[in-house]
Design a protein around this ligand. Structure first.
Ligand code: IMP
Length: 430
């Protein structure tokens, strides 16, 4: 595979929609040319799917670079780590022949998702009448809430002398919340300690000061790939709040979640799926309800990699994508799943919104306003040809190239990669 952007030592890959853009495949692909692959936010809510020679891998915590023998994978301080899930993830990778622990670093400042966080996540959703977020139920929100309330428990705490006593106290307080607020049975502190001892048994040597590690990598001019999770529109600050995740999925998350200064990022690659999906609740202007949306879901295999939930599907929304490009300073684009549109007669692109009679190209930050917008579409012809075996841009049908060119023109940045299937080889580098 041709080396992508050889001048960039530090590259960021992030999602420009509501997640599930296909970042895992691209990080795996680019990982080959990098020494270090690091994640900076989120946790097991992510489900990064990589397919190698017909075999599928779904990664939740561990950076998608792990599938290349030479890369060091870093879980930054901005992530939340579920000891139970990560142990399973490691075991599954080891069973399939990958060496993990010796190549994995976990920030000592990364917060842990403890069993009560998962119970609270699910129970609090059950309490809501009409504003359920539709979380992944992985305990993400409650773990980040504890971090912000300064009541979290970090990986590095496990390296201190009296951690068991402090953990018992946290479990005691959270059990009160579980019982009195949610009517849920308490968690057994000794079970939690047992889980963390198993975590330490496998991973104590991986817990590290990853900020200084990343700084050393920068000094040594190592090639670093930064792997975003979820997508721009799920960002806690810039997303469609409250229907968002609990971390900064946008470029700022790299600095706060890994300790890398913004100006050290040489290139930001935005991943844009050729149509739009969203899992969970919240506004989605270009959503296709009904048969056609169902057909798109089946054509694209749009079911959650973490929860198996059906994803909501719709046309490509370039108003939202423009917002993501601006927010993240995206330098170039990777268009994924272009082949899913192969059979369509015509394709629609949302180029503007009508908001109470006014036309705008600006993505509204208010959720209420976003609920009421009407998308304005441009219709382009489909290519009606199977493209998933093509490897050169020049071989793509004219209509497919016209679709890509239109996206590039409207967003004002070049398309550098086109993905036409799940396999590593089903990728066109421009
Ligand atoms: P949470 O991150 O589990 O708290 O879920 C909050 C919202 O983000 C829900 O709408 C989820 O469906 C969505 N979400 C979280 N992680 C992902 C992801 O990796 N892909 C797509 N949506 C996600």
């Amino acid at each position: 595979m041709t080396v992508f952007n050889p001048d960039a030592r530090v590259q960021l890959v992030l999602g420009t929609q509501w997640g599930d853009e296909g970042k895992g495949k691209i990080v795996d692909l680019l990982g080959e040319q990098h020494d270090v692959v690091a994640r900076f936010q989120g946790g097991p809510n992510a489900g990064h799917t990589v397919q190698i020679e017909g075999e599928q891998f779904i990664l939740h915590h561990i950076p998608s670079g792990i599938l290349h023998d030479h890369t060091i994978c870093v879980i930054g301080n901005g992530m939340v780590v579920d000891p139970e899930t990560i142990l399973t993830e490691i075991e599954e990778l080891e069973d399939r022949g990958f060496e993990v622990c010796g190549r994995l670093l976990i920030s000592e400042n990364a917060h842990l998702i403890l069993p009560y966080h998962k119970i609270i996540d699910k129970a609090s959703e059950g309490f809501k009448e009409d504003a359920k977020i539709g979380t992944t139920g992985c305990g993400i929100g409650p773990a980040y809430a504890d971090k912000i309330r300064r009541e979290g428990f970090r990986a590095g705490d496990l390296l201190t002398r009296d951690w068991e006593a402090r953990l018992r106290e946290k479990v005691r307080i959270n059990n009160l919340v579980l019982e009195r607020v949610y009517g849920e049975p308490p968690v057994d502190a000794e079970d939690v300690i047992g889980l963390l001892l198993r975590f330490m048994d496998r991973l104590s040597a991986s817990i590290a000061d990853t900020m200084h590690y990343m700084q050393a990598c920068l000094r040594e001019k190592k090639r670093i790939l930064l792997e975003g999770a979820q997508g721009t529109l799920l960002d806690i600050d810039f997303g469609t709040y409250p229907f968002v995740t609990s971390s900064n999925t946008t470029i700022g998350g790299v600095s706060t979640g890994l300790g890398i200064a913004p100006q050290r990022i040489d290139h930001t690659l935005g991943i844009l799926k050729a149509y739009t999906t969203r899992v969970g609740n919240g506004p989605f202007p270009t959503e296709l309800a009904g048969d056609f949306g169902d057909r798109l879901r089946e054509m694209g295999g749009e079911y959650g990699a973490t929860t198996g939930r059906p994803r909501r599907c719709g046309w490509l929304d370039l108003v939202a994508a423009k917002y993501a490009v601006q927010l993240n300073g995206v330098d170039s684009l990777c268009i994924t799943k272009l082949d899913v549109l192969d059979t369509l007669d015509e394709i629609r692109i949302c180029t503007a919104y009508d908001v109470q009679g006014d036309r705008t190209g600006e993505f509204p930050v208010s959720g209420e306003k976003l609920e009421s917008v009407r998308p304005v579409y441009e219709t382009v012809p489909g290519w009606k040809t199977r493209i998933s075996s093509l490897t050169a841009y020049g071989d793509l049908p004219d209509a497919a190239r016209a679709y890509l060119d239109r996206i590039s023109d409207l967003l004002g940045i070049p398309v550098r990669i086109v993905s036409v299937g799940a396999g590593r080889e089903q990728t066109i580098i421009l």
